[in-house]
Design a protein around this ligand. Structure first.
Ligand SMILES: [Zn+2]
Length: 439
């Protein structure tokens, strides 16, 4: 048993509650009481605003190695991708484990309690399998465990360079050769403590419709999450429409991929009809605003998606920055830039996007809320930093989501275990680790 006495805690309403005592047994919250003015003996006092742990719904851990090295100069998504392939070409399971552990450690420091790893770097150079075919997946799963966060391993099917385009030499490392071979390998992956296995279709560019149907059936039979990159780039839409006579969402729907377990990642350039399809099926859309701005992708139609019935989540994707508060506020602020209007998504909605919705689309419907029975994930944001000092209790949700940053996260509990105390990761010196693996 442990207990946390929160100065302020967000229990799902438009305003935070004061003096909240959260009791935990094992990995679950057992009781939540507010108006508890004195810290009970044995309880940990958490000054600031305590939120449910954040869910980073879309990650490629190895892209962390690109930070600061690809941001300058000209180009587009497509020129950035060449630089990303240079990194992918160098990784083996040991190197990937070290890079992923440091990256997930940075996530823990940022208040993230679960990550969706969209994992496609499966094989060795030339596409030759490692002795253990899932060695790279095992590396990222082990890395999340050591960093103290949960992981949904979204094992990704990736088969071609594009409609009528062969695999690029680096892309051979991503491919199992066929959807059936992908399924045979994915079949060997297992859930475990803090680990859930889901599936992904890299994109409609990279997987033909018949193969998408195989992956979708695999996910449906197991009732696990299915994710896909969708309409990130206008060129992707053109290629898919030319090859298949339908948009990426249309192709995915025809292949049986679209239902409430499906998450479309990006959905930047979707049509009104696509939005209707995604909303009617109660799909999720994971926006990745800091990556989308870095790669000059564009601004997705967040409000239209939400109004159609889509559940929005966010992810740090290429890890240009790892800051879920920044991703959440960008959902609102980018839409202001695009529409010249303010007030599309209120602070509680933005926090729900960064917490409950993200966990749900990763297959953790029992996380993302501070309530009895939920997984005990608590992320405490300081309200006394240079960025947040002076925030009034009633305005604390807006203060956190519009002004705080990952650097203001002070205390993180994941599944009942403390991962971060006083802004320091308890198991790993993250900055040292990153300096070493990125040298
Ligand atoms: Zn991605």
């Amino acid at each position: 048993m442990s207990a946390y006495h929160c100065e302020l805690a967000w229990l799902g309403d438009d305003r935070p509650a004061a003096d909240v005592l959260v009791e935990v047994d094992g990995d679950r919250i057992t009781s939540v009481r507010f108006g508890v003015t004195a810290t009970p003996a044995g309880a940990t006092r958490l000054p600031g605003l305590t939120l449910p742990g954040f869910a980073n719904a879309h990650s490629h851990a190895f892209h962390r190695a690109l930070r600061g090295r690809t941001q300058d100069g000209h180009g587009s998504f497509w020129t950035w991708r060449e630089q990303m392939y240079d990194v992918a070409a160098t990784l083996d399971p040991d190197a990937y484990f070290r890079l992923a552990r440091a990256t997930y450690g940075e996530m823990a420091l940022a208040g993230i309690s679960a990550v969706g790893e969209f994992h496609y770097l499966h094989h060795g150079p030339g596409g030759v399998p490692f002795a253990e075919p899932n060695a790279m997946a095992d590396a990222v799963v082990a890395a999340a465990g050591e960093a103290g966060i949960r992981i949904t391993l979204l094992d990704t099917c990736y088969l071609r360079g594009g409609p009528d385009t062969a695999l690029h030499p680096v892309q051979q490392r991503f491919s199992d050769g066929s959807a059936e071979a992908w399924a045979a390998r994915a079949e060997c992956l297992r859930d475990g403590p803090g680990v859930r296995v889901g599936a992904a279709v890299h994109s409609v560019r990279a997987v033909e419709p018949d193969a998408i149907a195989v992956v979708a059936a695999w996910a449906r039979e197991r009732a696990v999450p299915l994710h896909a990159h969708v309409s990130e780039q206008p060129v992707e839409n053109e290629q898919v429409v030319n090859a298949h006579g339908a948009t990426p969402v249309g192709v995915l729907a025809a292949a049986g991929a679209i239902d409430a377990r499906f998450t479309a990642v990006h959905a930047t350039h979707v049509t009104d009809q696509d939005i209707g399809l995604l909303g009617a099926a109660r799909c999720n859309v994971c926006l990745c605003p800091t990556t989308e701005r870095d790669l000059a992708d564009g601004i997705g139609p967040a409000s239209a998606l939400a109004m159609a019935g889509v559940r929005l989540a966010v992810g740090s994707d290429s890890h240009a920055v790892i800051d879920l508060l920044e991703e959440a506020r960008a959902v609102e602020l980018d839409e202001r830039l695009a529409t010249h209007e303010r007030g599309h998504h209120d602070p509680a909605t933005l926090l729900r996007i960064a917490t409950e919705h993200g966990h749900a689309c990763l297959g953790w419907p029992d996380a993302g809320r501070i309530q009895p029975g939920a997984l005990a994930d608590l992320t405490t944001v300081a309200l006394d930093s240079a960025r947040t000092a002076g925030t009034r209790a009633d305005d604390a949700l807006a203060g956190a989501v519009f002004a705080a940053s990952a650097a203001d996260v002070r205390h993180v509990v994941v599944g009942g275990r403390i991962a971060v105390r006083d802004g320091r990761h308890l198991a790993i010196d993250i900055a040292d680790e990153l300096r070493e693996v990125l040298a």
